[in-house]
Design a protein around this ligand. Sequence first.
Ligand code: ADP
Ligand code: MG
Length: 383
Amino acid sequence: MKTNADTYNPLTTFADLPVSERLGRAVAEQGWDAPTPIQALALPELLRGEDVVGLAQTGSGKTAAFSIPLIEALDPKTKGIQALVLVPTRELAAQVAAEITSLSRHAPVRPIVLCGGVSIGPQIKALRNRSAGLVVGTPGRILDHLQRGTLQLGTVRYLVLDEADRMLDMGFAPDVGRILSHTPDERQTALFSATMPGTIQGMVERHMRSPHRLTVEAEAPTVDTVEQLYYRVDGRDKTRALRTLIDAAEEPRVVVFRRTKHGATKLHRQLERDGYRSGLLHGGKTQSQRDKTLAAFAGGRTRILVATNVAARGLDIPDVSHVVNYDLPEDADTYVHRIGRTARAGREGVAVTLLGDSERKEFDKIRRSLPAKVHESSLPLSA
Ligand code: ADP
Ligand code: MG
């Protein structure tokens, strides 16, 4: 695999990119001054048609890094699905589709979003009716369409796995493998994530043609504008600690992570009972509930979002002030993705882990594999 040293291209402005005038205009209208480092590395490679594994911090603009070349790759004269973007959650599918729509505003490509939780009829209609060129979706529903024969992927030329390590882990790998077997071998493939454990290297190579591995060298996979703290709440009430933290924050916009749906539901109920309006996001909710909850939080109508890991990957909600690990994340990579919901695109944020007695050993293990320091702190006021 080639590395940065072979391919480094110090792209300093978007204007240097070999893209169509219409796309260049749309990029300019995003109000972005310059490409982010991963965009500077990946855009020239992808626009040349190379396969890329892009590894860069949370919130560093990976979506546009794969979306700009994707839009350029679409040929309006060709029929059939030309590009496929696979993501782990429905919310992320919607977000990626929205970014592609925004970037292609002068040459609309209208992605079709294929996710579960909503009825399949309209999706089938969309696939049949439109000269559909691009699908963004989650593996389960895409497989469903493949099995029904309502989706054909034999004409795909550009494939993206966003949150690639998640897409290739045990939970998703079989489905993703099946989906990819419906696509031609002769295709361009892009994998992006903030974390890429060595254990999936074999998988990566199986799906790609001598990919260029592009890594934005950084000390940590999370940006250093996240202040990382932990509070020991030994023998104390974590919910009370959380309330104290929220009370002390000036304009809190807090994502609180719990491991289970049950735990999230319970905490949400407690907070509401105590007068803290909050949203609840987990995989057991209907899609319309999930959409409403996320919209209310993104729009600032609720300032607290209690969620399971369904919200840990990829979501780009501006101005999240705090991420709170109410329950410990399962591993260091999950920690990285969870706290990456704050401090996006150069902003600042605080990540707080509430540490109970019994969790210390497990947390030490996580901390040891994090390059950045997590500092012990005490709760504001006296909790
Ligand atoms: P990642 O996928 O790396 O976590 P996203 O693609 O979600 O990050 O982008 C994070 C935020 O950065 C988004 O709000 C996006 O609009 C913004 N962004 C993307 N590219 C740029 C850029 N070149 N300059 C400034 N902001 C950008
Ligand atoms: Mg992303």
